[in-house]
Each structure stands twice: as structure tokens, then as C-alpha cells.
Design a protein around this ligand. Sequence first.
Ligand code: ADP
Ligand code: MG
Length: 689
Amino acid sequence: MSIYTPDTPVSALRGIGPKKAEAFEKLGVRTLRDLVSLFPRRYEDRTHFTPIAAALPDQPVCIRAMVAQEPRLNRIRRGMEIVKLRAVDDSGAMDVSYFNQSYRKNSLHKGETYIFYGKVTLNGRFRAMTNPVTEQAARSGSADSVTGRIMPIYPLAAGLTQRILLDSVKTALGVCLPAIPDILPDSVVQEYGLARAHYAYENIHLPADLGKLELARRRLIFEELFVLACAMRRLRADRTAQTGQKLRRFDCEEFYRTLPFSPTNAQRRAVQAAVDDLCSGSAMNRLVQGDVGSGKTLVAAACIWYAHKNGCQSAFMAPTEILAEQHEATLKAFLEPLHICVARLTGSMTAKQKRGVYEALSDGRIDVVVGTHALIQDAVQFQNLALVVTDEQHRFGVQQRAALGGKGDKVHTLVMSATPIPRTLALMIYGDLDVSVIDELPPGRHPIETYVVDERYRERLTAFIDKLISEGRQAFVVCPMVEENDELPSELKSAEEHARTLQELLPHRRVACIHGRMKAKDKEAVMSAFVRGETDVLVATTVIEVGVDVPNAALMIVENAERFGLSQLHQLRGRIGRGRFQSYCILVSDSTTDEAKARLKVMKETSDGFKIAEADLRQRGPGDFFGSRQHGLPEMHIADLCADMSVLEDARDAAEALLKEDPDLSEPEHAALRAKCDRLFALNAGRMN
Ligand code: ADP
Ligand code: MG
């Protein structure tokens, strides 16, 4: 009987003091149960042996060789000892050295055979290994061995070693495996040919061979995506079961007639779908997905007008103050002529101003309030809130949307996003939403001219900036992110440095700089000065990515463009070409790799966000949408939402089939699954923004 249980803290393990426990905590591990879910980062295949003469330099290999002479101990200098020996096999000989492991002198014996795992260096004809993993050949491949098997390599934190991790995980497996419930129903395991939970956890940590590892991985990835799919589906079921205020029908032409332009067909379709939701009696949960510049705001305005016609209030939540201000201005232009009262509520307003808004909201004088997170605060009360609109969905979590919705009775939700996401993923990510796609841009846009150039164009580029400014335009210059612990190669331009240089080159122009390390308030100030036209050039990191509208900006220069993902470049380019002026996007890159060239070529050739997203996915994998956790989904432990796309589809189908049978997972055999689904969102509640 073990004295441990799955809930035993790792600090109770032998040899794990407070320091190490703290290191484990950094890896997200507190208990033995957590350890079982700490999956290896990668594996080293130490099952194949290489003859000494065949070992290639600088690649890890396992060598089975005999110690040919007694190991010698040398003191090089104080505090530095070295044990040296010569090892031989049928093919040749190599020198092996161990630094500061003097015990090796007595633990390795002439005439005995060992396994050495490490990188071989070539010194002329001589091969050598330094500090290899070493084990008696007779032990290799046995239960506790570190060679002759596939070794898991865990993520580490300071103070921990692979040895400590492996020993701890082994103990944890011994304790937890019998207690791990198989949360996948038998029918699913069988239909999709999956491994069972015990097998999977055992083989993900200590795979007997690569085939078993693959089975284990597939099962765990499937499980993770299956839980996610179930959780999303249930969220959606919750929503669709919700009633929404049933609004009376009006003819939208009445609204369209007041506009300075005619809505596109795509806009009309999106509005119609939303109106049908609003009048259905169920709560609307609709995502309006449309490329930058496709005119999503108009769809929101139409819905707000519709709510107002029904005597109801609306709230519009934006991720930043600047966006809130811009939306306020846009909505005012659309709605004030119709006598709809638009107000703003943001963190930077004075207490008195805020109080005024609170009062006017609760007594119904304000029809629609535009704001940031400030809208979620308790003090915000509505008289009759019927519609919540959120812009740039990925900045808000499911919970935040719900928090705002909770301020009314039977509230409808409209979400707007410009993040183009391939369909399979959209279904998953927005599993709780219906989707309207705006696949048409308003007419009369000047296509943006896009160029890819290298450093040789620097002078011409600076002159071009100057020329456009002299014509009254403004320019964005985007540099890769400045990260403190990121060692930027020196040729990469940090925003600050680049702004300084540019200001020197263009002393008569007003150059401003904005980057992620500035305080939110300072960022807002710099940004609004640019919006007001008080600066000519804004040098920025990608903080400008999200929907800010500066119609006068006609030039977007992206430095080290190869460092950006395509979808990111597309979002950046979407910041220009929003006014009447011919706009230019110039991607500066000295990169000569084929991959970088191919990527930038895509930008030159298409302006279609969905095409670009797909190209991005093909070329780079999911990093771009998913690296920065833009999707608002919980973090995955083992699955990769894009790379594991086909498993994702299977998992989704399986989840749908199961929930058809048992919609609330109330059957006793689904209890563990249900608990896991519930925990998924509860655990991530704080992290989903
Ligand atoms: P996004 O989808 O990026 O949020 P916006 O709603 O900001 O796009 O619209 C971009 C610009 O296009 C705005 O200046 C808006 O007034 C204008 N616009 C929207 N719809 C139309 C239309 N049907 N015809 C002409 N201009 C339009
Ligand atoms: Mg927008």
C-alpha cells in the first residue's frame, strides 16, 4: 500500500524540499495527479545503438562499448576534476570524459561494457564524448534504465533535473493510474480505435516503443479535444435553450434609407439573420465575421436601431479606450440622426462623468452605451438591456460576454470579429455561436498597393514617407515586438530606436512611438494624437493591430516583415486604405529564405483575409492565431488545434453523437467527463481574456 494518494503534494515525495516544490509549482504541478498530466516535451530514442566508427558528429547517439583501460582522474585546477577513459567496440575507439563526476573513477571498470548516450565530437580521426549518460550494458532497457529505451524529456524549471522529474512521475503514475477514470465512453474508444486511459498515461511517460507512444499521444489528444468539444457544445446548448426578448418586426429599409451609402448584400444578409434571431424568442448568439473594412459596425448599428425601435437599450463593448471612442463616433453618425442617444463609458472618465452615465443608463435616457471592460462593473445598471455587442471577439472571454449579458433580462448577443479562421476551427472555437460571414467589401475602395523591398530601398523609402506627408497623409511604421527577455538579433529594429532614427532623418516631421511596454494610458494618448492628426508618423509594435481607424493614414511600412505571421500582416495592412486616398503597404525584409519570400509574396498577391489565413496555416502552422491565444479557448496541454485538425474533427463528431444521447451528461458513466468539462471553463475563467 502506498502512503500517497493522487492529492498528495509533490513536496511529500522523498528528496523534494520547498525549493523544488516551488519549481514544480512553476510547471503547474502541485500534486501527484498534476504530475501525471505533465506531458513530456519531447522524447529521446535511446533504443538504437550506433557503432563508434559510424557515429556522426553532434548528433546524440547510443554507443555500446567496453572500457579498455582503468579510468584516470585528473585535477585540472582547483574545483575542476576530470575522469577520462577509453572505450572500444568492434568498429573503433573513443575517448570519454566526465567533468566533476569523480565517482566515475570507481564506478566504471576496465573490461566491462557500458552504454554511452550523448553527442560525439570529432577531433581529427578521434572520436570523443563528454559527460555522456552512462549505464551498465546489462541494465540497459530494464525498468529503471536510462538507455535502451525511449526517454521522456520533460519541461524543466530551475532546480529540477530530468532525473528528478522522471522519478517523481514514476511514483505519481504508480499512485494515480489505478485511480484515473477513463472519461471516454467505451463506444467512442471503440469507434475511433483509441487506447485506454491507463495505457495512454503510462506510454506517454514511459513508452515501450514509438508505436505505443503514438497510440498514447493520439488517445490523449483525442481526449483533450473531445472534452473541449463537449464543453463548447454544452455551452451552446445552454445558450440556445435561453430565451431572448422577443422583439417586434420592423422593416430595415427604414434604417437603410438614412445611411449615406447603400449597404452591401453581405451586410444586408447579416442584418437579416440577426433580426430573425432578435424576433425568434430565443437568445441571439451570433458572430459576425468579416475581413477588416467589410463594414461590420453597420450590422451592429442596425441591430441597435432595431432594439431601440422596440424600446430597448444596447451595450457595445470594445477592447480598448480608443476603439470605444471610435465606435462611439461611428455609432453617433449612424444613430443620432434617428434620435438614438449614444454615450460612452470608459475607465479614463472622471468619477463624476461616470456617475452621470450610470444614472442616465438606469433611467433609460441613454439608448446605447459604448465602453471598455468598465461596462462590466457592478455600478452599471440598465433600465432594459436587450442587446450586447462585443467587438474583436478574441479579446474577450466567454465569461466576460456573459457578465455583461447578465445585466439585462433575456439579452441578445452579437459578436464581431475580423480574425479570419478556417471553417473547421471556427466551428469549434465559436461552437457556441451562429456565424454570419461578410464576404464582400463596400464598393469603391482603392486596392492597397503592396510591395516587398529590402534594405537597399531604405533611402527611397524615407523619401516616400516624406512625400506622402507633404501631401497631407500619415504613415504607420511597424517594428517587431520589443520583448525584454527576447534576444533580438541586433539587425532587428526596435520601435523606439527606429523612431529616433526616423526623426533624425525627417527632422521637420512629427514622429511618435508606441509599444507594448508603455502604460495603457500613455499608449492611448499617443494613439489618439495620431488619430487626431497631430503626429505624422507612428512607429509602433503590433499594438495597433486591432481595429483603430485612421482614414488619413495611407502608408503602412512593416520592418522585418518576415518576423510577422501572414494573418498579422493582413490585420496590419487593414489599418490603411480606409479613406479616400490611394494607400501603400511596404514590407521591408532582408530575409533571403525561400519560405520568407513565399510568405511575403502571398501578401503581394492577395488581399483576401480567408485566403491569407489558409496560406498562413499551410506555411507556418497555427502559431499565428493560436500562439497568442487569440481565440479565447482554454489552453491545450497536448493537442495542437491546427496540427491535430483531423483528430479535432473526429472528436467533434464523437462529442456531438454523445451529447445527442445524453445532452447533460447526466448518465452515471459520464460523470467524470462532465466534471472535466465543467472544470475546463471554470479553471480558465480568469485567463480567457
Ligand atoms: P470593419 O468591418 O473593419 O469594422 P467598418 O465597420 O469600420 O469595418 O467599416 C469600414 C468603413 O467602411 C467605414 O468607414 C464605414 O463607414 C464604411 N462602410 C461600411 N459599409 C459601407 C457600405 N455599404 N458602403 C460604403 N461604405 C461603407
Ligand atoms: Mg471594426
